[in-house]
Design a protein around this ligand. Structure first.
Ligand code: AMP
Length: 478
């Protein structure tokens, strides 16, 4: 097989528009916007493209959104002006596509004489159908976000309270959503019936906190109370916390959150993410053993699984590949091309460390295969004698329609090629993936509670065929 033929096409990713994000909500604290800011800071890994906070000062909603990282978007002065007892916030993932300020969240509209803000983590599979229907009834859309569909459905639903109208709106959408809503009077939160994306409820003193992951609660010293249940809708207002389970399962939480996406210091889906990743590594060592001198991770995401692999196999754990933690999203590329420049900026092998060594390299996943290929090449140049790639998840064979940014099926190397072909492409002496059964064992799955579509092609919520992968920008902002 010609190696070059495996290089996946770049087109496609740029055209896609997905909503892998992080959300936070605070009610009943005088520094709500500051706490939301810190919560978003802890959730930065869930989205680096844009950040936004909407707070309420008791009279109206105050909005600040911008492109970039949380710390760059907000200044002390902005946060001071946003003082008030409640706030919601959002970080949006870096997916090329429609990366416009207009698509930054929270989404805010005028609503029944006041304001309504909504921040959404997830991906609705029927948004395009609902959008067509709403547009036919005269709705005017400002953005290309799925989130705006929910807002229009809320606005047009009958019902005595916002909670009623939100439940009616959510009854019509399909797919994944973990969301927070803010008005002058209340903070609401909802999670889809499958519970694809995590969402937790916490308390700091008398204030209620909602966040995508517990690491956000830790930073603001809020106590974790429990997860928002799949299908549950909650409301916090001056009377306190109310809520109910509006929609029934089946529970299908995203297994990839545990494998890669969530922060390892979080507890999500009732699991300690760090321990789970170590368990995936241990299971991998049992299923895919190899004789070697050292186990190294691909930092940072591969670290816990590599520790698990090392502990189970008895092979020493080393770092070896050193990461530059200050890599920004933009750096100046030299005009004369440097081979593998992109990956070298981020990772570099420790000098003379790998010479003559047999190395097990543990990573959480291979998507296109281009990262592994470059890293393994660097290790080879650094003198490694044998390179054994081990992956703490099964081959990624299906795209995600529920909010993780994965490429189209054709771009997933494992969809089109065998393990042996992938091994050849990345330049490893051996390649071993974790099995689907091994993965289920490691995460201690009960009753098929996880969505494993990216590994099994079994999609728990049907995806309408005509779902467009490309969403056109509505108009161009200069
Ligand atoms: P590649 O095989 O070159 O497409 O990239 C695989 C690498 O990307 C692995 O090191 C993963 O940790 C990381 N990765 C996997 N899924 C994602 C995702 N959805 N977003 C960003 N990085 C990812």
């Amino acid at each position: 097989m010609r190696k070059g033929s495996l290089l996946p096409p770049r087109a496609g990713r740029e055209d896609r528009f997905k909503e892998a994000c992080g959300v936070v909500g605070i009610y009943g604290h005088p520094e709500a916007a500051n706490l939301a800011y810190l919560g978003l800071y802890a959730l930065q890994h869930r989205g680096q493209e844009s950040a936004g906070i909407v707070s309420c000062n008791g009279e109206g909603l105050l909005v600040h959104r911008g492109m970039g990282l949380v710390a760059d978007v907000f200044t002390e002065e902005v946060l001071r002006k946003m003082a008030g007892p409640s706030a919601i916030g959002h970080v949006r993932y870096s997916t090329s596509g429609a990366s416009l300020l207009r698509n930054a969240q929270p989404f805010v509209v005028g609503y029944r004489g006041g304001g309504l803000a909504l921040a959404h983590n997830g991906n609705l599979v029927n948004a395009h159908l609902l959008r067509r229907e709403l547009e036919a009834r005269g709705a005017l859309f400002q953005s290309t976000m799925d989130t705006e569909v929910i807002v229009h459905l809320v606005a047009s639903a009958p019902g005595p309270s916002l909670m009623d109208r939100l439940v009616q709106a959510l009854a019509r959408v399909k797919g994944s959503y973990s969301l927070v809503v803010l008005t002058e009077r209340a903070l609401l939160a909802a999670r889809d019936p499958q519970g694809f994306r995590p969402l937790v409820l916490g308390k700091r003193g008398d204030a209620y906190v909602i966040a995508s992951e517990t690491c956000a609660l830790d930073l603001i010293e809020a106590e974790t109370i429990r997860e928002v249940e799949p299908g549950e809708v909650l409301q916090v207002d001056h009377r306190g916390l109310t809520g109910f389970k509006a929609f029934k399962g089946p529970r299908r939480q995203c297994i990839f959150e545990l494998i890669y996406f969530a922060r390892p210091d979080s507890i999500i889906f009732g699991r300690n993410v760090y321990q789970t990743r170590k368990a995936l590594g241990r299971e991998l060592a049992r299923e895919q053993p190899v004789d070697a001198d050292m186990v190294i991770p691909l930092p940072d995401s591969g670290v816990p699984a590599a520790i698990g692999y090392a502990q189970e196999s008895g092979i020493p754990f080393e770092m070896g590949m050193i990461r530059n933690h200050y890599v920004g999203r933009t750096f100046i590329e030299p005009e004369q091309s440097i081979r593998h420049f992109g990956v070298k900026v981020k990772l570099n092998p420790a000098k003379d460390f790998f010479r003559g060594k047999r190395v097990v390299v543990v990573d959480d996943s291979i998507v296109r295969g281009t990262t592994s290929r470059k890293i393994l090449n660097m290790l080879r140049q650094a003198g490694a004698k044998e390179i054994h790639q081990r992956i703490s998840s099964p081959p990624t064979v299906g795209p995600c329609f529920y909010g993780i940014d994965t490429p189209t099926r054709e771009e997933l190397i494992a969809f089109s090629y065998s393990v042996e072909q992938i091994r050849d492409f990345i330049g490893a002496d051996s390649l071993g993936y974790l099995s689907v059964e091994g993965m289920r064992r490691a995460v201690k799955e009960e009753d098929r509670e996880f969505c494993t579509a990216c590994f099994t092609n079994e999609y728990p919520v049907e995806v309408p065929e005509e779902r467009p992968v490309r969403q056109l920008a509505l108009f161009q902002e200069m």
